[in-house]
Each structure stands twice: as structure tokens, then as C-alpha cells.
Ligand binder design. Structure first.
Ligand code: MCN
Ligand code: CUM
Length: 807
């Protein structure tokens, strides 16, 4: 008898390490020992290095480029400019948003640090030194930095390459600097609700431009084997298969001759979804030179030229009855997309899923319109745990809820409770077109309010306000409530595609004779612990311990086709494929077990890691025995092996939600905010690994804290990017980061095979409004309605000063 046969049920469950286990992250064994394998760790024979010449100006005409001095530097192999790429038709590349982006600037530069030339040399120091010697003669042009002025009459046309084009990828363009207008909802209905509203509020809520700044910057290595006609491309890719398909379509290299490998990634956060000039230039350079070419960004390049996030100017309007029932919502967004529209949204959604902006509230009628404009700033817009603009939507509605509560003189938590979509309303069809799969908002909100003693906090705040008024204290107390509804898990493919590639995902598994297994998926972890958690899903389905299931992603030669990891889609989509592939394995295993035990399939029942004969519990076949039999002792006519693949096209997205609360203390003399308490309750349905979820929430909250309290990619009036280094751009360290209290409820998704919803982006979506609401709430009794993020000490001090609070 094996050990497994003498183990109790509990011991067997524990050995399995399946869904619900707080299993330690398997990948950390190599990460914490410095033994990860990142792009920059990959060293190929004969490899050379590329570095960019970048524009010092935000807007200028290029009159000439002289690379002679650079080419004369020993070790320099070549200098590429737009003139070299143009004959190959590669001086522009398509963006994920249906626009084009200059790979190397041809006639004009459109943002500071735009790529102008690519210098290739024996090592990266030589490449970098030589890049400084490339002489570019510029004629400065006036830049457009303020998105509100982009469509002014007479505003200078930024994109001369599409000047006069009246149709863009998303419909009509009204101005040379206009990208699209996107509208959804009932305009007339919403206008009427606002006109008839007993109480109405309106506020311009800006979500500033930020950048995810992952620890590892973007990088690629292209290696063209000219004899075989094969291209191998290593890179920091969140979606390797899409890169392969797009590379094939653009280059004409057959897709089976392109191998894309995303090795370990040191944080992606959406920064590594888009396609960058560095990737294209490394490929072209490798084709030209016949040797592998590596390109790795430095921190300043990363912060100033690759996918930024947000930059949404949102004018929200709410109408409500006097007792606080919301009757309508309107929102106009001015979206600053920078010089090229390179937003990484599903094709049909130029403003992402911003229309989730009715949030957690049963708002009967709503209308949203979004205008995208070009400015002289870096392209991007969709990144940083954003769930395709859900971050912006949640910030807008959660800020507006507080603005409305203030006007109604009602408690912000009470206003939310009063307007929640109720549990019985699920599946809930929102006014802006989504079908929320499941939720129980009042339970989550009440659990949060009890956990933090919300009533007690408000009493304390009232006392503190009196103290400040009396002059007995110089600390204002703010309480920030945020209740968010997320939307994650793109597909369904009928709704979502990227450049025509439909959004589904996949899992393939091979169980070995001795009862261990290897599974491969179409997603790509960047730190989200996929090697740990997918194995847990599979363990529960197939009864093989998660320790014995290897997980691989990121190599297009071995992994099944998938759309990659972003929009917290891995669990909702590839996680579902994993569960379903497991069920396919178990179905075959059941047939084999019936053969081994000489009973009919229907006489068997599943128990953790084995099949048992009903009524004869001592007759059983473990998965380990079945795996061996799958290769060595099969029923007549059955093909050997134990493998399966599943491609999963989800019927709907999943709608995680959460109730967050932040308590902030503000020193009126310095403007310093200290976060006294932060409580986050998340509901992501079935919880696969509670420890990983907690880690995701801690990380997301820390980023939310960074955004709300200090981060901004700002530009001066000349378009010089401010804060493009970590000297100025705030990345919270352990010193500033508050202590996080986490909690949860579990409302499974009704359509996901194991009821799981995504969680990776929730803490950023819900966190930012909680911090911001806390800071503003500290001043709400003094009539302050809104304050712009980030809530730096300087800005908060200015607010204190304006209110006459400072000494
Ligand atoms: N999980 C779970 N139970 C659930 C839901 C999720 O145990 N009900 C686990 C999953 O198994 C997975 C992790 O939580 O290990 C995140 O899962 P999911 O919510 O599906 O998100 P993705 O794996 O698709 O990750 C994407 C998401 C995004 S879009 C950004 S941006 C972000 C984020 O993840 N980038 C990250 N978290 C990050 N965390 C790290 N360390 N690095 C990044 O770059
Ligand atoms: Cu929007 S950042 Mo994530 O989707 O990679």
C-alpha cells in the first residue's frame, strides 16, 4: 500500500495543494535568489546592442541627420534612421489602436525623447556614447501640451502624416488633432434626468498622467537566422503570441518561422502590452547585420517614452432626488493620448471599458462621450493596473459620489448604500450596456463599515474638527470611502479583439507516466505567480499535487495560442481553460479507472486524487496509478497518453468588487498626509490562493498610494517632461507605504467554471479613489468639493493656506 492510501482525507487535501490553499509562490525560489532569467540575462553569441538617439524637443521639424561622427566611433556597426526604414515601409508601425506610430521620426518629432535614430554597436556603452555624436538639426515648433487647447481653432496640426484625414480608426475626426469621439448611452434621457434633478452636481475630475515604472524596463533581443529564414525574438512581452502574429503580418516572415520568447518579466503592469520602436529596430538591425541585436531601455527612457497611463479629464454630472436616490449620470471625457494613439484597448473600445462608470450603483439612465486628442506627449494611455480605463471610471464615479453626498449633506457611505445594485438584481444590466455577472454589495459594505467601526471614525472626525476649530489641534482627519465594481476577463471574442485577433485563452496539459504533469498556457506572468496558481486549479481538477505540475508560459513554439496577460484576464479566461482541460483529463482518467477496477464508468466517484467504486470504498484507483496505466495498461482501443488542450472563449466578463476605506491625518502646517489606516475588502469570487491574492492587493494598493499621493508625469509649457527619473517620480518604498488590512467576501462568478473572478487590478481601481476621497474629505466641512491629484504635501499645503488654516 502506498503512503497515499493511509493518509486521511485532510492530509490528502493538504498534499494536493489545490484551490484555496495559501501555497507559497513557486517562482520566488529563483526570484529571491537573483536567479530569474530576464531578457537582459539572455546573452547570444555575437550579440550587439542598440541605443536610441532621442529628441530633446517636444515638437520640431527635423532638417537633417548626420551620423558620420557616430559611425566613425570604433565598435559602431550601423546607424538606422527613418530614411533606412522607409524603403522597407517600416518607418511607421501600426499601433494597437488602429493608428500608426513613427518607429524613427521622419520629418517631425512629436514628443520629447521620441526615437530619432538607432545606433548599433559592439556594446551598449559604445552605442550610447555614439548616439550622443549623431547630429540632428531641428527647427523648433510650438508644442501643444494642454489637451483642452488641442482642438482650438487654428491649433497647429501635430500629425502631418494624417493631416486632413477626416476618418480615423474610430469614426469621424473633427480637427487635425482630434482622434475620435466615442459615445454610449441615452443622451436625451440623461439630459432630461439632469434637467429635472432635484439635486445636481457637476465636477471636472482629472486623473493625471502617470506611469507604471516596472522594476524591469522594456527590452528585446532579435536574432535573425538568415540561412533558415527564422526569427527568434526575446522580449518583455505580456502577449507573446500577438507579437508573433503581428510580426509575421508586418514582416512577411511566415508565422512558423518566428519564435517569440518572453522569459521572466520583472513587472509589466500594462507597460509591456504595446509595441515599441525598440522592438522593431532590434529586428530590422538583426536582419541587416545578421547578428542578434539587444535593446534595453533605461529608466528615463521608460518613464518618458513607453506606455504612460490615464491622462483623462472627466466632467461628471449626477442628478438625484433630495433624499439621495440617483436619477441620472452624464460624463464627458477629454482623453489626452499624446502624439500617437497607441492605447492598448480591445479594438471596439477606444475608451476601454470606461462605460463601467455607473459603478456599483443602480443608475437608471446615463450617457458618456469621450474625445481623444493628440498632444506633444508620449503615446500610450492604457496601462498600470487599469482594466482598460476602469481605473479612470471608478475614480470619476467614486469622486462624484462624495461630491453628491456633500451637496446632499449626507454621509458618503449612506449615499452609496442607498444606491447599490441589490443582490437580487444580478445578473444586472447597467445603463451603459454591461451585464454584471454577480455581486453582493450591501454585505461587503456593511462588513467593511463594521470592521473599521465606521460610525466611531465619523464621531472621532467630528471631535477632531472641533479641536482644530478651537485651535487645540492642527491635524485634519479625512475618511475616504470607495466602493468599486471592476470588469475583467476579456473576451468574449464577439466583443473583444486586438487588431482582429479574437480574445480567448488556452491551456494544454500533458500528464507523464509517473503521475506528474506539465501545463502550458497562452497567458504570461510578469510577477502574478501563475506558476503557483494555475497548478492549484489543475491540482483540484485532476488530483495531482500542485507541486507535481509544472507551468510554462511565454514561448510561442511550445505554448498554445493565447492573448496574454493584462486586464486581469488570466484567471477569468486562461484559468477557466485550465479548469476545463483538467476536466477533460479526468474524463479520460475515469475510463481508465473503470478498466483498472473492472467496473462501469458510472460506478465510480471522484475523491480528491482518485476514483472509488461506489459502495466499495476500498476499491480505488489513484491518479498516479491511472497516469501509469494511461501509457502502459489501457482499455482495448483507447489511444495511449494523457493529454488535453482547451481553448476557452468566455461568455461574459467577470465583475469583481470591493469596499475600501482610508483614514488620513493631515498636518495643516506642512500639508503632509499620513495614512493612519487602510482597509480593503475584495470579492474576486472563488479564491484560488489567498496568499497570492493578498500579495496582489498589497502591491496594487501600494501603487494606488503612489498615484494618489505623489505620482505624475507632468510636462512644462514647452513640452519638457518633468519627473522622468526616480529622483522626481515618486515610487513608494517600505518607508512611506502604509500598513494594509485586507478582508474578503466570496461571491462566485456564475459563468466561470470554478467561479473565480480576476483580482490583479482591483486594488488600483478601488484604492486611488479611497486615498483621494480621504484627503478631500478632510476639507469637506470647509466647503472643499474637489482637489486635483496627486495629493502631494505642497498641493495640500496650498489648500490649507487658501483656507487660512496655515500659521
Ligand atoms: N488569483 C487568485 N484567485 C482569484 C483571482 C486571482 O488566486 N480569484 C490569483 C491568480 O491565480 C494569479 C493572480 O491572483 O496568480 C492574479 O490573477 P488575475 O487577477 O487573473 O490577473 P492576471 O494574472 O491576469 O494579472 C494581470 C494583472 C494586471 S492587468 C496588472 S496591470 C498587474 C497585476 O496583474 N501587473 C502585475 N498584478 C501584477 N503583479 C505583479 N507582481 N506584477 C505585475 O506586472
Ligand atoms: Cu491596464 S494594465 Mo494590466 O491590463 O496589464
Amino acid at each position: 500500500m502506498s503512503d497515499a492510501a493511509t493518509m486521511t482525507l485532510e492530509e490528502r487535501e493538504a498534499t494536493l495543494g489545490g484551490v484555496g490553499t495559501a501555497r507559497k509562490r513557486k517562482e520566488d525560489v529563483r526570484f529571491i535568489q537573483g536567479a530569474g532569467n530576464y531578457v537582459d540575462d539572455v546573452k547570444l553569441p555575437g550579440m550587439v546592442f542598440g541605443d536610441f538617439v532621442r529628441s530633446p524637443y517636444a515638437h520640431a521639424r527635423i532638417k537633417s541627420i548626420n551620423a558620420e561622427a557616430a559611425l566613425a566611433v570604433p565598435g559602431v556597426k550601423a546607424v538606422l534612421t527613418a530614411a533606412d526604414l522607409k524603403p522597407l515601409n517600416l518607418h511607421y508601425m501600426p499601433t494597437l489602436a488602429g493608428d500608426v506610430q513613427a518607429v524613427l521620426a521622419e520629418e517631425k518629432v512629436l514628443f520629447q525623447n521620441q526615437e530619432v535614430a538607432f545606433v548599433i554597436a559592439e556594446d551598449r556603452y559604445i552605442a550610447s556614447d555614439a548616439a550622443e555624436l549623431v547630429e540632428v538639426d531641428y527647427e523648433e515648433l510650438p508644442p501643444i501640451v494642454d489637451a483642452f487647447k488641442a482642438m482650438d481653432e487654428g491649433a497647429i496640426c501635430l500629425r502631418e502624416d494624417i493631416q486632413g484625414k477626416t476618418e480615423g480608426a474610430h469614426g469621424a475626426r473633427r480637427h487635425d488633432n482630434h482622434i475620435f469621439t466615442w459615445e454610449i448611452g441615452d443622451k436625451e434621457g440623461a439630459d432630461k434626468a439632469l434637467a429635472d434633478g432635484e439635486v445636481t452636481v457637476k465636477e471636472l475630475v482629472t486623473y493625471q498622467r502617470v506611469h507604471p515604472s516596472p522594476l524591469e524596463t522594456c527590452a528585446s533581443i532579435a536574432s535573425m537566422d538568415k540561412i533558415k529564414g527564422e526569427l527568434t525574438l526575446y522580449g518583455t512581452f505580456q502577449a507573446p503570441h500577438v507579437v508573433r502574429t503581428v510580426a509575421s503580418l508586418l514582416s512577411g516572415i511566415p508565422e512558423h518561422k518566428i519564435r517569440v520568447i518572453a522569459p521572466d518579466i520583472g513587472g509589466g503592469f500594462g507597460n509591456k502590452v504595446g509595441v515599441y520602436p525598440g522592438y522593431v529596430c532590434s529586428i530590422v538591425a538583426s536582419i541587416v547585420l545578421g547578428v542578434p541585436v539587444k535593446w534595453v531601455e533605461d529608466r528615463i527612457e521608460n518613464l518618458s517614452s513607453t506606455a504612460f497611463a490615464r491622462d483623462y479629464h472627466m466632467t461628471g454630472e449626477l442628478a438625484a432626488t433630495k433624499d439621495g436616490k440617483i436619477t441620472g449620470l452624464k460624463c464627458h471625457v477629454l482623453a489626452d493620448h499624446g502624439a500617437f494613439d497607441a492605447c492598448a484597448d480591445p479594438t471596439k473600445w477606444p475608451a476601454g471599458f470606461f462605460n463601467i462608470c455607473t459603478g456599483s450603483y443602480d443608475i437608471p439612465v446615463a450617457h458618456v462621450s469621450v474625445d481623444g486628442v493628440y498632444t506633444n506627449k508620449a503615446p500610450g494611455g492604457v496601462a498600470y493596473r487599469c482594466s482598460f480605463r476602469v481605473t479612470e471610471a471608478a475614480y470619476m464615479i467614486e469622486r462624484m459620489m462624495d461630491v453628491l453626498a456633500q451637496k446632499l449633506e449626507m454621509d458618503p457611505a449612506e449615499l452609496r448604500l442607498k444606491n447599490f445594485v441589490q443582490p437580487a438584481q444580478f445578473p444586472y444590466n447597467s445603463a451603459l450596456g454591461w451585464e454584471y455577472d454577480s455581486g453582493d454589495y450591501p454585505t461587503a459594505m456593511n462588513q467593511m463599515m463594521q470592521a473599521v467601526d465606521y460610525a466611531g471614525l465619523r464621531r472621532e472626525q467630528a471631535e477632531q474638527r472641533e479641536k482644530v476649530a478651537r485651535g487645540d489641534s492642527r491635524t485634519l482627519m479625512g475618511i475616504g470611502v470607495s466602493f468599486f465594481t471592476e470588469i475583467v476577463g476579456a473576451g468574449p471574442s464577439r466583443n473583444c479583439d486586438i487588431l482582429g485577433v479574437a480574445m480567448f485563452d488556452s491551456c494544454e496539459i500533458r500528464v507523464h507516466p509517473t503521475g506528474s504533469a506539465i501545463a502550458r498556457l497562452g497567458t504570461k506572468s510578469q510577477g502574478q505567480a501563475h506558476e503557483t496558481t494555475y497548478a492549484q486549479i489543475l491540482a483540484t481538477e485532476i488530483g495531482i499535487p500542485s507541486e507535481d505540475i509544472g507551468i510554462e508560459e511565454g514561448d510561442t513554439d511550445t505554448a498554445p495560442y493565447g492573448l496574454g496577460t493584462y486586464g486581469s484576464r488570466s484567471t477569468p479566461v486562461a484559468g477557466a481553460a485550465a479548469a476545463r482541460v483538467g476536466r477533460k483529463i479526468r474524463a479520460k482518467a475515469q475510463k481508465i479507472a473503470a478498466h483498472l477496477l473492472e467496473v462501469a464508468e458510472g460506478d465510480l466517484e471522484w475523491e480528491i486524487d482518485r476514483f472509488k467504486v461506489k459502495g466499495l470504498p476500498e476499491k480505488e484507483a489513484t491518479m498516479k496509478e491511472i497516469a501509469w496505466a494511461a501509457y502502459n495498461n489501457l482499455p482495448e482501443g483507447m489511444e495511449p497518453g494523457l493529454e488535453a488542450v482547451d481553448y476557452y472563449d468566455p461568455p461574459n466578463m467577470t465583475y469583481p468588487f470591493g469596499a475600501y476605506l482610508c483614514v488620513a491625518d493631515i498636518d495643516v502646517d506642512t500639508g503632509e498626509t499620513s495614512i493612519r489606516r487602510f482597509y480593503a475588502l475584495d470579492d474576486c469570487g472563488t479564491r484560488i490562493n489567498p496568499m497570492v491574492i493578498e500579495g496582489q492587493v498589497h502591491g496594487g494598493l501600494t501603487e494606488a498610494f503612489g498615484i494618489a499621493m505623489g505620482q505624475e508625469i507632468a510636462y512644462d509649457e514647452l513640452g519638457n517632461v518633468q519627473g522622468a527619473s526616480l529622483m522626481d517620480y515618486f515610487l513608494p518604498t517600505a518607508v512611506e507605504t502604509p500598513v494594509w488590512e485586507t478582508d474578503f467576501t466570496v461571491t462566485p462568478s456564475p459563468h466561470h467554471p470554478i467561479g473565480a473572478k480576476g483580482v490583479g487590478e482591483s486594488p488600483n481601481v478601488g484604492g486611488v479613489p479611497a486615498f483621494s476621497n480621504a484627503v478631500i474629505d478632510a476639507f469637506s466641512h470647509l466647503g472643499v468639493k474637489h482637489m486635483p491629484m496627486p495629493h502631494t504635501a505642497w498641493r495640500v499645503w496650498q489648500q490649507c493656506h487658501e483656507l487660512g488654516l496655515t500659521k
